[in-house]
Design a protein around this ligand. Structure first.
Ligand code: ZN
Length: 283
């Protein structure tokens, strides 16, 4: 299974400030039309949904916004870290004897270096519970990991020796990792960054890169019988007229073997991890 976590992409009717459309991202659009359902990201808590609680909920199966009584931005604090460290999809899959890869390369030499970081994202806290899932700069150089921006353009000033690649190549790399692991996660957050910029052209550019990656990945996954799952922690980029997040539903895409059963099980972010674990437990 390949899990694409795409930050800050919600569902909204077509509008002149909504770049999530068939012209900008045709492959994503096709998946949204045929293989997806809208799910709740507000979690029964008032206010705008945020990354720390949304992602903690998505990867733990615990409604983290309700647990801490509000939506929390950015990096998870001690209460959220406790939830993630105790329950997350990486740990549960490891307990089931499954192999896990977090495909986003950390530009570090070892997991110890990562553990020392003061601010850790939800996925970093999770990955540290299963350190063998972590990929590093060496993996990136060997094409055994992806850069979070797909093309590696954002690291050219620091790593001029790591070549820029087209998004289709990043899809090839992710597919190779997926063939070697039971569960491969890729996190893409340029969508959320673009959403906050309120720059429509920038959002379109980001979505076009992502869509070229997705088109290649769908092609590979379909041929290999790999299930592809895609979801988001909250809305943002679908409403470029607002700087902040939205309370719109987010898409839950499942494409490939068992897709219907997985989709039927999910109606909010809280259901994502339980539904995926059930898919692995099915004989
Ligand atoms: Zn955001």
């Amino acid at each position: 299974m390949i899990f694409l976590f795409v930050d800050g992409i919600g569902l909204r009717e077509p509008a002149s400030d909504n770049p999530v459309n068939a012209e900008v991202c045709p492959t994503l659009w096709r998946l949204l039309e045929r293989h997806s359902k809208p799910i709740d990201a507000c979690l029964g808590v008032e206010g705008l949904p945020q990354s720390a609680t949304g992602q903690s909920t998505m990867f733990s199966g615990v409604n983290s916004a309700q647990a801490v009584g509000r939506h929390c931005e950015g990096f998870p604090g001690p209460a959220l870290r406790k939830i993630i460290e105790a329950n997350n999809i990486f740990l549960e899959l490891k307990r089931r004897g499954r192999s896990i890869c977090f495909a986003d390369a950390y530009l570090i030499d070892s997991a110890d270096e990562l553990a020392m970081r003061r601010f850790k994202s939800v996925t970093t806290v999770m990955a540290l519970t299963v350190p063998e899932s972590i990929t590093t700069a060496d993996d990136l150089i060997a094409d055994r990991a992806l850069m979070q921006d797909l093309t590696r353009e954002t690291i050219q000033d620091r790593y001029p020796n790591i070549p820029v690649i087209p998004p289709q190549r990043a899809a090839e790399h992710l597919f190779a990792l997926a063939l070697e692991h039971d569960f491969t996660l890729f996190e893409f957050f340029q969508t959320d960054v673009a959403g906050h910029s309120m720059d429509y052209a920038r959002a379109c550019a980001v979505l076009r890169v992502f869509d070229r990656f997705l088109a290649a990945l769908v092609h590979f996954a379909e041929a290999a019988g790999i299930t592809l799952v895609l979801t988001s922690d909250h809305g943002n980029v679908e409403s470029m007229g607002e700087r902040g997040h939205t309370r719109n539903p987010v898409p839950f895409v499942a494409f490939g073997p068992g897709e219907r059963q997985v989709r039927e099980r999910v109606s909010s972010l809280t259901d994502v991890t339980p539904a995926l674990l059930e898919a692995f437990d099915r004989p």
